[in-house]
Design a binder for this molecule. Sequence first.
Ligand code: COA
Ligand code: AMP
Length: 627
Amino acid sequence: MSNYQDEHRRSLADPAAFWGEQAQHLHWHRPWDKVLDEATAPLYRWFSGAQFNTCYNALDRHVDGGRADQAALIYDSPVTGGSRTYTYRELRDAVARFAGALRDNGVNVGDRVVIYMPMVPEAAIAMLACARIGAIHSVVFGGFAAPELAKRIDDAQPVLVVSASCGIEPGRTLAYKPLLDQAIDLSSHKPAHCIVLQRPQVVAELKAGRDLDWNEAIANAQPVDCVPVASTDPLYVLYTSGTTGKPKGVVRDHGGHAVALHYSMRAVYNVQPGEVFWAASDVGWVVGHSYIVYAPLLLGCTTVMYEGKPVGTPDAGAFWRVIAQHRVSTFFTAPTAFRAIKKEDPRGELLRHYDIGCLRTLFLAGERSDPDTIAWAQDMLKVPVVDHWWQTELGWPAIANCQGIEPMPVKPGSSTVPVPGFDLQSLDAEGAQMAPGQIGNLALKLPLPPGALLTMWNNEQGYRENYLTRYPGYYLTGDAGYIDDDGYAWIMSRIDDIINVAGHRLSTGAMEEVLAGHPDVAECAVIGVADAMKGQLPVGLVVLKAGVERPHADIQKELVARVREQIGAVAAFKTALIVPRLPKTRSGKVLRATMRAIADGQPYNPPATIDDPRILDEIAGALKGRG
Ligand code: COA
Ligand code: AMP
């Protein structure tokens, strides 16, 4: 192992040399002209001039290189009782055939394909098939409702949508196809075709001429080979929550993304080819893209795709069962999952039924890891528990205790140190570096390493404005925090209105837009309040229009249903409080941070410009009575 300081310094001193070296581990159909292309700075490009294919590197390279019969993907589905293993050869063949089906249905290089699927292997097959033929996938998380899917369809303008007849949540089956049909009705853009995987639990109705059954589509298709594309071409667009109702389409490339993920598997996760890596997330999130699908396969590992929950499928021993059964060496999940397990099985009784001696490290991300959860996990599993920090935009961890470089002493509550490639700084309002221990805006000095977003889909201006303008020469993370005397990073909070519910990133602005659309609502605010299990939960504060005399309980029910129908169950929006007024500054800015502090029982200091401080007592009363 090398020394962390040396490796980090080297990555920043000469990024082209550093990443050029890392890129040698992958196959290039044509070598690059430049490792780091600064021609369009501050929009940087990696490996320009090169020809590359991510699917080739994730599958064919391993089939040809001796891993054809090694397990590539293990599908484990307690919700259906099923399980299936694909070797690298089987996965490559399934992907090649589905790529043929995409081609047969008009998908070409650069075309977009929206994938709206549950956690079934076909979701990964569809993603890799797009990569194989140079099409750009855009996966939409299954917990989003039809209007959210419609927004993404309108922005991505897909030629084709891949979906399934249903998803399965504990105790209920969720028909996906009616949601897809509704989304296509709502969207202005109409995809030419939909390929639908019929699951035995629900049979979807197919629209003649537009919809095709997955099995029929592949039955008639010929396998196709990988199409080399420009390394800088988009591999995917992944929408994530911004501060408004309009999701941001993060664009990732082929070559840089693969180099970064491949590096991270060794440097951050300390995984070796052939080992079993499990990220218990969903393909709809960035963790699913990076660490269920691409990174483990790029390294030649076995990845686990788990269709279940940490608890209830069937019990709080589910994770231990999967780790033991599939001999998982490295496990990645969100702290909320551990809090859920701890609540049901605080003494870890269920752990005793399984031999999890294969497990080397647990990684946690997606939200703050509270020291209690870290301590409990460590106590139960007896392996290092590594908190690491990243964002959809960055694509891979930016702050971590890099297990493959030099494991460092843990400071619970800190995600440890910046990963090589990331120059993390805490800045004051003017852009000067804060002294160690002082909270500022966390920013990353440009260029960002490979694997980070190239731009926002259809919205380069938005990318510049949201991330690059606040501090020229830096990427603004949107998180506040500090760096201590030892160089450890401490994440404190978001500086915007994005909240984190059970490790899921959500926009309170989007929820406000939905509440404001209710005919009885005059104005509203949604805040994220602390929750012992999910980290945060959204709470709506709503002012009704003058003269509305309907029972409040009816309106509250309608508001909750509205968020569920328009954003999705994943928003976990269950509380709408009706208040007489919202606290504001004299210029009309709603004091969300003050309301959040009141809700969390934190000390608060309303700004001197508050319009009428008495409103805070009304808000405190409403929040206290929320139950
Ligand atoms: N399709 C449709 N609906 C979905 C869904 C999907 N893919 N995923 C979640 N939902 C629904 C759930 O059924 C639930 O609906 P309900 O309000 O009717 O019960 C709602 O969305 C909220 O789901 P969830 O956040 O999963 O909450 P939960 O109470 O069902 O489970 C946890 C709590 C902690 C067990 C769960 O949130 C969890 O496993 N979290 C880990 C998240 C994670 O891995 N994040 C990735 C970051 S690394
Ligand atoms: P997402 O884009 O969904 O990955 O969400 C990114 C945001 O989640 C970050 O900007 C942080 O606010 C939060 N986050 C992710 N990982 C961590 C972590 N390890 N500690 C604290 N916050 C985190």
